[in-house]
Write a protein that binds this ligand. Structure first.
Ligand SMILES: *Cc1c(COP(=O)(O)O)cnc(C)c1O
Length: 391
């Protein structure tokens, strides 16, 4: 049988992150002592009050379809969060609850982009963005950045990439995979250009609460009514509440875009899991007391790993200011990022993600969302690996 795969699906690059992850898991299952730096998820458990809210939902029989864009309490809780934390006024009808932040991104792109449209994506990028753009039939336009600018695009670079076909600019600060955080002034400057040129911004702010060294987050939507009108803010519960497996995310958009996304979602996934949404309400409206201790722990790990990288011959690493990743430069060691990571896994049993997966072959990505003992062991192994390479 000759199965014809659609152009749309055939054009997708398979996920290198997942390939590394499944190899590492297989090695672990075979009894090997693998240190996993590949995961893009917190190692902390979901806070209890959130779990209890979902359990109560189940016990109460809250197990049926909900409105496709989410339960009114959760849309209201999201609107309240944006008001309280970001100074943004959204009506609940402008808020869409989806099956994860990834799904929210997908909905935005599918609802706003089509064949002939260009979408500007700064690299290193979260690896799903270009693939989602391709799924929508649109064209990703990648803007390369390096560690010399802390992986930030400059206003001139953005301006130079905008054409009559540019539909969307994707902004992700704090960033996965680099941990880079734009200052409010830098965000505003990029937003100003999009407003001037009539380009929409998809601002993925899922790491907004994970900041270090006094870094500040400000949503691009908050600088003026015009910025607000040009922006869709994407967010979710995965990172700051450690709810990756719950599949729950949200977005806020100008009314016509929210309406279009509502229609898309109503014909694809329908509502996110009913009782998970109850957990979402508890996450937003309940105590945030877990966060300071998580942040202190991430910060400790970040400093430790960053110092270790910079002490390795031929390796340099700008420190991250947000999220839970480091993105060291390994280009002086003479291997592609894929070869580096394959050999590191083979020889030292450490799983890291090659930068090429994020459009940046000079680097690798390390997640420090894993215990300190793991980090100490893994960094010692990387150090030994790098010293052998540098000889
Ligand atoms: C984790 C992540 C998301 C959303 O993940 P979900 O599990 O789908 O909520 C979105 N954007 C970035 C950059 C991420 O790292």
């Amino acid at each position: 049988m000759n199965y014809r795969i659609s152009q749309r699906a055939a054009s997708l690059a398979p996920s290198l992150t997942l390939a590394i992850d499944s190899k590492a898991k297989q090695m672990k299952a075979e009894g090997m002592d693998v240190v996993g730096f590949g995961a893009g998820e917190p190692d902390f458990d979901t806070p209890d009050h959130i779990k209890m809210a979902a359990i109560k939902g189940l016990a109460d029989g809250f197990t049926k379809y909900t409105p496709s864009s989410g339960i009114p309490e959760l849309r209201q809780a999201v609107a309240d969060k944006f008001k309280r934390e970001n100074g943004l006024s959204y009506k609940p009808s402008q808020v869409i609850i989806s099956c994860g932040g990834k799904h929210s991104c997908f909905n935005v792109i599918i609802a706003t982009c089509e064949a002939g449209d260009e979408v500007i994506i700064p690299a290193p990028y979260w690896l799903s963005y270009p693939e989602m753009v391709k799924l929508a039939g649109a064209t990703p336009v990648v803007l390369t950045t390096t560690d010399r600018t802390e992986f930030k695009v400059t206003p001139d670079q953005l301006r130079g990439a905008i054409t009559a076909r540019t539909r969307l600019f994707i902004l992700n600060s704090p960033s996965n995979p680099t941990g880079s955080v734009y200052t409010p002034a830098e965000i505003k400057a990029l937003g100003d250009i999009c407003v001037e040129k009539g380009v929409l911004i998809m601002s993925d702010e899922i790491y907004e609460h994970l900041l270090y060294d006094g870094a500040k987050h400000q949503s691009v939507a908050s600088f003026s009514p015009a910025h607000y009108d040009h922006t869709i803010v994407v967010h979710g519960f995965a990172k700051a509440w450690s709810m990756t497996g719950w599949r729950l995310g949200f977005l806020a958009a100008p009314e016509p875009i929210a309406k279009a996304i509502d229609a898309v979602q109503s014909h694809s996934t329908s509502n996110p899991t009913s009782f998970a949404q109850r957990g979402g309400v508890a996450a937003l409206n309940g105590s945030q007391a877990h966060l300071p201790s998580w942040l202190a722990e991430y910060d400790r790990r970040r400093k430790f790993a960053w110092e270790k990288f910079n002490a390795m011959p031929g390796v340099s690493c700008v420190n991250s200011r947000g999220a839970f990743y480091l993105f060291p430069n390994i280009s002086k060691l003479g291997l592609t990022s894929a070869d580096f990571c394959a050999r590191l896994l083979e020889q030292e049993k450490v799983a890291a993600v090659p930068g090429i997966a994020f459009g940046a072959d000079d680097y690798i990505r390390i997640s420090y969302a894993t215990g300190m003992a793991n980090i100490e062991k893994g960094m010692a192994r990387i150090d030994r690996f790098v010293r052998a390479l540098a000889k």
